[in-house]
Design a protein around this ligand. Structure first.
Ligand code: ADP
Ligand code: MG
Length: 256
């Protein structure tokens, strides 16, 4: 929390489901420019934290600040407007959509908004839609999956799906991109491709990243610092080497 330039700051965050405490007084910050790893045993509360900070769950306590703005309890599109966008551990169902169509279903295309504009500004909507399609194509190209644009989204491999999710999230031009298990179920070759894409986003486009990942080899070779979550709270934060050597972390994984 002594980070001066934090894109995301979480303080005393708490979330319960019935009698279960999923997030217990969690506090941490994601420093601008970093690739921050979020690890911890199954059920530690990693995905819940993503849901809390991105507006998908409402916290029972604590605060979430994005780029200095308090977004505690804000809706997902409001949090996205402040610069935070996340992907899901299990990608959303995209039945009946092509990859290109799937790309256009995102925080930037609020259905209510374009519906109103359809009546007040039909030409404007058409121009905006054309621009969005072009943006979507350019983004797919950039992740080297332009050839998938007209394929049914349901025909994609797990890894291709993750790349589409990444491309779609990038359409919103986030300051902080949060990825929930980006290489789960992805073959090693595509996992390497994904890691290089993430590195490039960080180094060349100043995107800050916060990544939940179970694959230790992947995350330890990509992220610094690493935040370790255990039973809903932050256990340790440090460099990959420090975290790897920390007895508390080893105990948490063995005990978890
Ligand atoms: P992780 O991503 O670290 O594996 P989660 O954040 O998914 O962990 O889950 C933390 C705990 O909260 C688990 O015990 C899980 O069962 C519970 N949990 C998560 N989401 C819900 C929910 N929507 N309803 C009830 N319990 C939930
Ligand atoms: Mg999870």
């Amino acid at each position: 929390l002594d980070k001066e330039d934090a894109v995301l700051r979480v303080e005393g965050l708490r979330k319960t489901f019935g009698g279960l405490v999923a997030t217990d007084d969690a506090s941490f910050a994601v420093e601008r420019g970093t690739i921050t790893g979020l690890i911890g045993p199954n059920g530690a509360g990693k995905s819940t934290i993503f849901n809390l900070v991105s507006g998908f769950y409402e916290p029972d306590g604590g605060t979430v600040t994005v780029n200095g703005t308090d977004v505690t309890g804000a809706a997902p599109h409001e949090v996205a407007a402040e610069g935070l966008v996340r992907t899901f551990q299990t990608p959303r169902k995209l039945e009946g959509m092509t990859v290109r169509e799937a790309m256009l279903v995102g925080p930037r295309n609020q259905p209510g908004e374009s519906f109103v504009k359809l009546f007040t500004d039909p030409e404007g909507v058409r121009a905006a839609e054309t621009a969005n399609i072009e943006d979507a194509h350019a983004m797919l190209e950039r992740f080297e999956i332009g050839h998938l644009a007209t394929q049914p989204a349901t025909d994609l491999s797990g890894g291709q799906m993750k790349l589409v999710e990444l491309a779609r999230a990038m359409l919103t031009e986030p300051d902080l991109l949060m990825l929930d298990e980006p290489v789960a179920g992805v073959n090693p070759t595509l996992a390497n491709t994904l890691r290089e894409h993430v590195r490039r986003l960080n180094e060349e486009e100043d995107v800050t990243l916060c990544i939940i990942e179970h694959d230790m080899e992947f995350i330890m070779n990509l992220a610094d610092p690493i935040i370790v979550l255990d039973q809903g709270s932050v256990l340790v934060e440090g460099s990959p080497d420090a975290v790897r050597a920390d007895d508390r972390v080893i105990d948490a994984y063995l005990g978890g």
